[in-house]
Write a protein that binds this ligand. Structure first.
Ligand SMILES: C[S@@+](CC[C@H](N)C(=O)[O-])C[C@H]1O[C@@H](n2cnc3c(N)ncnc32)[C@H](O)[C@@H]1O
Length: 496
C-alpha cells in the first residue's frame, strides 16, 4: 500500500485505512528552537514554508515512534492547537506525511532499506518521484531541455537543486588535505604529469558556477597558467557568465560558449586537455527494450544510434537482457566527441557518479532526473575509439581522508532554511564539526537533530559512487600507445 498523497495534493485524507497505519517521524530531522515555545521544522520541498510548532506540536512529532497508530495520534492531538497560527493536530497529521512536507511516514511496516543508516532511502526515493509526479521515464530530451531553459537562478542552483562534490568542497577542507576540490585536482593532475607539457587549450565542459576553474587556476602558478586558453562549454547560458567571471578570478585567459557537449562546436584536434566534472549524468539517456536489442531495430533514430553503439562496441547487456533498460547514449556521444576534438596526445578527466555493472538507475532531483553512468560501457567505448583509459573511485584519486567527519547534507539544507528565515546566511558545504561551530555561532545551541558522518559513510553523499575516468589519446597512430603514467608516491587506490 502506498498511503502517501500525490505531489499535487496538500493533504492526506485520514480515512479508516490511514488511521490504522503506524506513524514514524522522519529520522535525523533537524529542529530549530526559535523562541521559548516555538520550534521550526523544514519540509522537504523548499517552496513549502517552514513548519512552526508549539509544545503540543513538538509532542505530536515526538510521539511518532512507529509504535503508535495514526488513529491514536488523531484522538490525542486532533483537536489541540499545535502551531502558532492555530494549526490543529489533525491538520498536522493530514499535511506532514505528504511528499512535499515529508516530516513523517505512515505505513503498515517500517520504511526499511537494506543498509543501516540508509534505511529511509526507499522512502526518499518515493518522495523524490513525487517531485516529478511520476516514476516514468521522462524522455530523451528532458535533461537538455531542463538545463537549457529551466535554470533561472544560477546562484541558488547548487545550494538547493543539486549539490556537487566540488560545490561541497569549494572552501579549503580537512578532507582535502586543507585544499579546495579544484586545488587538489590541480595537484593530482600535475602529479600525473599532465602539466609536464603545458596544455595550450584547456576545455572545461559543464563548469557550473566556475569554482573548479577558479581553483584549478589557484592551484597552479602564474607561469603554469601563462599561455593557456581556458574555454568553457555549457548548455546553461547563465552558468557560462559565472564561469567566465570565476575563471578570470582564477587567473585564466577565459572564453566561453553555450552548447550541448554531445555535439561540441569545436574543430577536430583542437584541444589539449578536457575537464568534465559531474556532468555525464545530465546527458541524454535512452530507454531501450529487449525487443529492440533482439531485432537490432530502434523505435527512433536515437534508439537506433544507441543500438549501433552497443553492437559496434560489443557492449555486454548481461545473460538476460531486461525488458527495458537505460543506455547512456549522451555520455557515449560525448566520449566520441572528445576523441574528435582532442589533439593527438591530448587528455581528458571525467568525474561523475556511476556503476560498474548492471543498468543505469534514475536519480530523482527537484525538477529533473539524472542517470547513473554505466562505466564498463563507457570505458569499452573509449577503448574502441582508441583511448588509453584509467578508472577508479574519486576519493582514492584525490587521496581523501575517509575518516573526516562532516555535517549531514540533509541537515545542511534544513539549517540553511532556518538561517534564511532568521535573516542569517548559511552556505551548503561539507562542514567539519569545528567549521560548523564557527559558522553557526550563537545559533548552535538552538539546533537539535543534526549529525555528522564519516565522509566514507554511504549515507553521507555516496562519495564512493563518484568515479574518475582518465582518457589519453595516443600521440600518433604509428607510435606505440603511451600508458597513463603511474607516478611514484601517488596512491592510485582502486584506479585500474
Ligand atoms: C551537476 S552540474 C556540475 C557543475 C560543476 N562542474 C560542478 O562540479 O559543480 C552539471 C553542469 O553541466 C552542464 N550541462 C548539463 N548537460 C550538459 C550538456 N549536455 N552539455 C553541456 N553542458 C551540460 C550544466 O549546465 C551544469 O553546468
Amino acid at each position: 500500500m502506498k498511503p502517501v498523497a500525490s505531489p499535487a495534493q496538500d493533504s492526506l485524507e485520514l480515512t479508516d485505512e490511514v488511521l490504522a497505519l503506524h506513524a514514524w517521524r522522519m529520522p535525523d530531522m533537524v529542529l530549530y528552537q526559535h523562541a521559548y515555545e516555538e520550534w521550526w521544522l523544514a519540509p522537504l520541498e523548499d517552496a513549502v514554508p517552514l513548519v512552526k510548532v508549539n509544545r503540543a506540536g513538538l509532542n505530536l512529532l515526538n510521539a511518532m515512534n512507529g509504535k503508535v497508530t495514526v488513529g491514536a495520534l488523531l484522538e490525542k492531538f486532533g483537536p489541540r492547537v499545535c502551531g502558532p497560527n492555530g494549526e490543529t493536530g489533525r491538520q498536522c497529521l493530514e499535511r506532514w506525511p505528504v511528499p512535499k512536507f515529508s516530516l513523517c511516514y505512515f505505513g503498515a511496516e517500517p520504511p526499511t532499506g537494506d543498509r543501516g543508516d540508509a534505511r529511509w532511502h526507499l522512502l526518499l526515493l518515493k518522495i523524490r518521484e513525487g517531485w516529478q509526479g511520476t516514476s516514468e521515464f521522462e524522455g530523451e530530451t528532458h535533461l537538455s531541455d531542463f538545463h537549457a531553459h529551466e535554470i533561472g537562478s544560477p546562484e541558488g542552483h547548487f545550494e538547493t537543486i543539486e549539490t556537487t562534490v566540488s560545490h561541497l568542497f569549494r572552501e579549503p577542507s580537512e578532507a582535502m588535505a586543507g585544499l579546495t576540490y579544484g586545488r587538489l585536482l590541480a595537484k593530482q593532475l600535475k602529479k600525473l604529469g599532465w602539466w609536464d607539457r603545458k596544455p595550450r587549450v584547456l576545455l572545461e565542459v559543464g563548469g557550473g558556477l566556475g569554482y573548479v576553474a577558479r581553483d584549478l587556476g589557484g592551484g597552479l602558478s602564474p607561469e603554469e597558467r601563462q599561455g593557456v586558453r581556458y574555454v568553457f562549454v555549457d548548455i546553461t547560458r547563465p552558468f557560462v557568465k559565472s564561469q567566465l567571471a570565476m575563471g578570470r578570478e582564477g587567473g585564466w585567459a577565459a572564453a566561453g560558449l553555450q552548447a550541448n557537449a554531445e555535439q561540441l562546436p569545436l574543430r577536430d584536434a583542437s584541444i589539449d586537455l578536457i575537464v568534465d566534472n559531474e556532468n555525464l549524468a545530465d546527458m541524454t539517456p535512452v530507454k531501450l527494450t529487449r525487443r529492440e536489442v533482439e531485432s537490432d531495430k530502434g523505435a527512433s533514430p536515437l534508439h537506433q544510434e544507441a543500438l549501433d553503439w552497443i553492437r559496434h562496441a560489443k557492449l555486454s547487456l548481461g545473460a538476460e537482457v531486461p525488458e527495458e533498460f537505460i543506455f547512456n547514449l549522451g555520455p557515449v556521444r560525448f566520449v566520441a566527441e572528445l576523441w574528435r576534438v582532442l589533439k593527438p596526445g591530448g587528455r581528458a578527466i571525467l568525474v561523475e557518479f556511476g556503476i560498474e555493472e548492471g543498468f543505469s538507475a534514475p536519480v530523482k532531483l527537484p525538477g529533473h532526473t539524472e542517470y547513473e553512468v554505466q562505466y564498463s560501457h563507457l570505458r569499452q567505448v573509449a577503448r574502441l575509439l582508441g583511448f588509453q583509459e584509467k578508472f577508479g573511485a574519486l576519493p582514492h584519486f584525490l587521496n581523501m581522508r575517509p575518516d573526516t567527519r562532516v555535517l549531514c547534507t540533509g541537515a545542511a539544507y534544513a539549517i540553511r532554511r532556518f538561517c534564511e528565515a532568521a535573516g542569517r546566511s548559511f552556505a551548503i558545504r561539507a562542514y567539519t564539526e569545528s567549521e560548523f561551530r564557527h559558522a553557526l555561532g550563537d545559533m548552535l545551541p538552538k539546533l537539535s537533530g543534526h549529525h555528522f558522518h564519516d565522509i566514507s559513510d554511504p549515507a553521507w553523499f555516496g562519495l564512493w559512487d563518484f568515479k574518475v575516468l582518465l582518457l589519453e589519446k595516443p600521440a600518433a597512430a604509428s607510435q606505440p600507445k603511451p600508458q597513463i603514467k603511474d607516478v611514484k608516491g601517488f596512491r592510485w587506490g582502486g584506479m585500474r
